[in-house]
Design a protein around this ligand. Structure first.
Ligand SMILES: C[S@@+](CC[C@H](N)C(=O)[O-])C[C@H]1O[C@@H](n2cnc3c(N)ncnc32)[C@H](O)[C@@H]1O
Length: 319
């Protein structure tokens, strides 16, 4: 790739930067607990994975929640829906503000749903949504994906949407999801793949944004190109390979309304969300550079022929 992984994004570069090459981990800020495969394999290394969610890249700024709140069972869990029976029990791990969770509960009319997340703030929002909908067969609990507070074999379905990309050890989380799913039950995961995102018109700022996103997430030990790796992680977690159904689906934003929403929220996320904080804490970008990226997003949103596609990997497997 043209740009160095350690490049400090201080201003618009005249050098085209490729945002599509996965970048190996760059130096993390000293306050960050980096978690690597080597650590996982080192029995002497003690890493408290339960603290890791504090490094969640996006945080829960309003611009982030504006993105998550657009999600429904239809646009985010279509691969799972044909397998649901109305009396099933379902666990949604990393449920965020709960729009998908509530939607799933409304489909499981004789069953029940539990949403868990490591953020109390976002769980409050999810509870408020369920109350507003009058959804009764749902509850939300604080829990960490690495240590789910449930007995073995508790759920018919265990689902995680856009979670594994934010974990340094997604295989450990998948093992935990498998543990709480009943034998023969479903584990369903879906994650975006940042290197596979595509857009038009070409934009140096969006290319640089994508590259910076890779640098920041790698600095904190996360894998933004999760979509393509899901099937591999599921195999590593010990699922029967014969039950693994890998697939993919796309979110596409190209209408004026969608462009305004998607471009607008990313413009704000570039300067206001935890992503901006982490980019600066990691010395990977400064305010000037982040504002340039935000301006690039606003220009993309205003382009009448603007088009953006998010490729999502998805996997359904049997516990
Ligand atoms: C990208 S959001 C996805 C939210 C929701 N699933 C959706 O698609 O709208 C990821 C969520 O995972 C949560 N999270 C991050 N690390 C976690 C962990 N270790 N355990 C539980 N939740 C975690 C974050 O707080 C955040 O709400």
């Amino acid at each position: 790739m043209t740009g160095s992984a350690n490049e400090h994004h201080t201003a618009r570069s005249d050098t085209p930067l490729s945002g599509t090459d996965p970048i190996d981990a760059v130096d993390a800020p000293s306050s960050v607990s980096r978690l690597t495969g080597q650590d996982r394999n080192d029995p002497g290394a003690v890493k408290d994975l339960t603290k890791e969610s504090e490094s969640y890249t996006h945080g829960h700024h309003e611009s982030v929640l504006r993105s998550h709140r657009r999600r429904t069972a239809a646009n985010s869990a279509a691969f799972l829906l044909p397998h649901l029976l109305s009396d099933m029990t379902l666990l949604d791990v990393g449920c965020g503000p709960g729009t998908v969770t509530v939607d799933l509960a409304e489909r499981l009319t004789q069953g029940s749903v539990v949403g868990v997340d490591a953020s109390d703030e976002v769980l409050e929002s999810a509870r408020g949504l369920a109350d507003a909908h009058g959804t009764k067969n749902i509850s939300f609990e604080h829990a960490n994906a690495y240590q789910l507070p449930f007995e073995d074999d508790s759920f018919d379905v265990v689902f995680a949407h856009q979670l594994l990309q934010h974990l340094s050890d997604p295989v450990a989380a998948l093992r935990e999801m498998k543990r709480v799913a009943r034998p023969g039950g479903f584990v369903a995961v879906r994650d975006a793949d940042y290197a596979a995102m595509a857009w038009y018109p070409e934009s140096a700022e969006l290319t640089e944004w994508n590259m910076l996103y890779h640098e920041v997430t790698h600095a904190y030990g996360f894998q933004p190109d999760a979509g393509r790796r899901l099937a591999s992680w599921v195999r590593d977690a010990g699922f029967d390979p014969d039950t693994i159904e890998p697939g993919a689906s796309v979110w596409c934003y190209a209408t004026p309304d969608d462009r305004s929403w998607w471009g607008g929220l990313w413009a704000e996320r570039c300067t206001e969300s935890n992503f901006a904080v982490q980019a600066k804490d990691s010395a990977l970008a400064d305010d000037v550079a982040l504002e340039q990226l935000a301006q690039g997003w606003r220009e993309w949103a205003a382009a009448p022929d603007g088009w953006f596609a998010v490729l999502n990997g998805e996997v359904l497997a049997r516990a």
